[in-house]
Design a protein around this ligand. Structure first.
Ligand code: SF4
Ligand code: SF4
Length: 431
């Protein structure tokens, strides 16, 4: 939501500035501090939600410029929105941070080339399915290569971490036309496939389709759908995020039923399309109608009666994806589905604390990302789960690296894969 700015504000792009009303909601109570991963790691007010909001207020009031130091403090924010979920004043921190990042886009103080390259890659690669498919084909081949382990050892530090994150069991990308499944008389459901998710998590998507069909859905996947725009919005490229949102709204308008999403970050962004398009003439109703249809996979499944029951007796640790727990408020549903599938659910310390994946964060802030990953690995080592379950591709990659770096034996699965496995030897649906 672009806004009017206060007189004297020093925003480089006033049309996309954080709204003064949003900033004014913070009453400095500090209740968000201990929910914030970067504050927990650093102990610094400048790396807390309250501190970052105060910096935006100083710029909005004309008392500070958008300095390199302020940009660095904002850049360390994961945009996990744990602060937003606990804030008693309802500060829309995610929206504030996206508009703050738009200011950085307008006048980057440092790392200008890297920022421009990221923006170019997000616009010209991530948002173009064919280009993205060509770009990720070698990555997929590497992930399934039998000499991968040797090759990884030869890679330098950051590249090795990235290589360790790749899932080896995902097979070919999802073809949208192959996603059609389920009984002809089933409840219509439209699958959202995403961008990177579609290319690197083909098997997760196929498991999602099987699970949905098993739950009685008639699954389709509209061919004109594309990237949700979440990464663009988080980067502050709001204009391009709006273009992608409009394209997706148009792509799903002619298709019936819920729009089911198996990526927490995409689902959160799509539920917030009305906010993103608030200032766009002619889009308010269309965005609201679209958002009202969006369901996370767990949310859609948990509302269905007569799901298959499983007897998959494994020690499973469910990890909340930030944009599922903090933004969509979905915590109970995935756990209930896993428990009904027969899993012995265990809670690990910090299950709803950000893992440090956060979109492109691992590339931009490798140090903090690694520290948060290490903390997750410590929690897994203490609880010894056999299976770690998540509902977001970025988290999935981060947990694969955490498990491998710590030498743990746990398997990392998307909720769809876990249910697909649990239900495969269970009783047929009671319907
Ligand atoms: S963001 Fe919310 S919780 Fe944090 S200091 Fe401001 S009012 Fe308090
Ligand atoms: S979004 Fe996450 S990292 Fe950023 S200030 Fe809020 S809690 Fe901290």
């Amino acid at each position: 939501m672009a806004s009017e700015t206060t007189a004297g504000a020093r925003w480089p792009d006033p049309a996309e500035a954080p709204a003064p009303a949003d900033l004014a909601r913070c009453v400095h109570c500090g209740l968000c501090l201990t929910a914030c991963p970067t504050y927990l790691v650093t102990g610094l007010e400048t790396e807390s939600p309250r501190g970052r909001i105060q910096m935006a207020r100083l710029i909005a009031d004309g008392r500070a410029d958008l300095t390199p130091a302020i940009q660095a403090h904002w850049s360390l924010c994961l945009q996990c929105r744990a602060c937003e979920a606990v804030c008693p004043s309802g500060v829309p921190y995610g929206r504030i941070q996206e508009h703050a990042r738009a200011q950085v886009q307008a006048r980057p103080a440092a790392g200008r080339l890297a920022l421009r390259l990221r923006r170019l890659a997000l616009r010209q690669v991530a948002a173009r399915p064919r280009v993205l498919g060509a770009a990720l084909a070698p990555v997929r081949r590497f992930a399934g290569w039998r000499l991968r382990g040797i090759a990884e050892r030869l890679l330098p530090g950051r590249l090795r971490t990235l290589a360790r994150q790749l899932p080896s069991n995902q097979g070919a990308p999802l073809r949208l036309e192959a996603a059609a499944a389920g009984p002809a008389e089933g409840e219509p459901v439209q699958l959202f496939a995403g961008c990177v998710m579609r290319e690197l998590f083909g098997e997760t998507h196929r498991a999602t389709v099987r699970v949905l069909a098993r739950a009685g859905a008639r699954v389709e996947a509209p061919p004109a759908q594309g990237c949700c725009g979440a990464l663009h919005a988080h980067e502050g490229d709001l204009a391009f995020a709006r273009r992608l949102a409009k394209a997706n709204i148009a792509a799903f308008e002619g298709a019936e039923g819920a729009i089911v999403v198996n990526s927490a970050g995409c689902g959160a962004a799509m539920k917030e399309y009305p906010q993103l398009l608030a200032g766009e003439p002619g889009w308010a109703e269309r965005a609201a109608a679209f958002a009202a249809r969006v369901r996370d996979l767990s949310e859609w499944l948990a509302a269905r009666p007569g799901l298959p029951r499983g007897a998959w007796r494994v020690r499973a640790a469910y990890q909340d994806a930030c944009h599922l727990a903090h933004v969509q408020g979905i915590r109970r549903e995935p756990r209930a589905l896993l428990a009904a599938a027969g899993c012995d659910l265990i809670e690990t310390e910090g299950a709803d604390t950000c893992c440090g994946a956060a979109g492109l964060y691992g590339l931009v802030q490798p140090g903090m990302s690694a520290e948060l990953r290490r903390r997750k690995a410590d929690a897994f080592a203490a609880a010894r789960p056999e299976v770690i379950v998540t509902g977001n591709p970025g988290c999935h990659l981060q947990y694969l690296a955490a498990v491998r770096e710590a030498g743990l034996g746990a398997e990392v699965l998307h909720l769809a894969e876990a249910l697909d496995r649990a239900w495969s030897d269970s009783r047929a649906p009671r319907r």
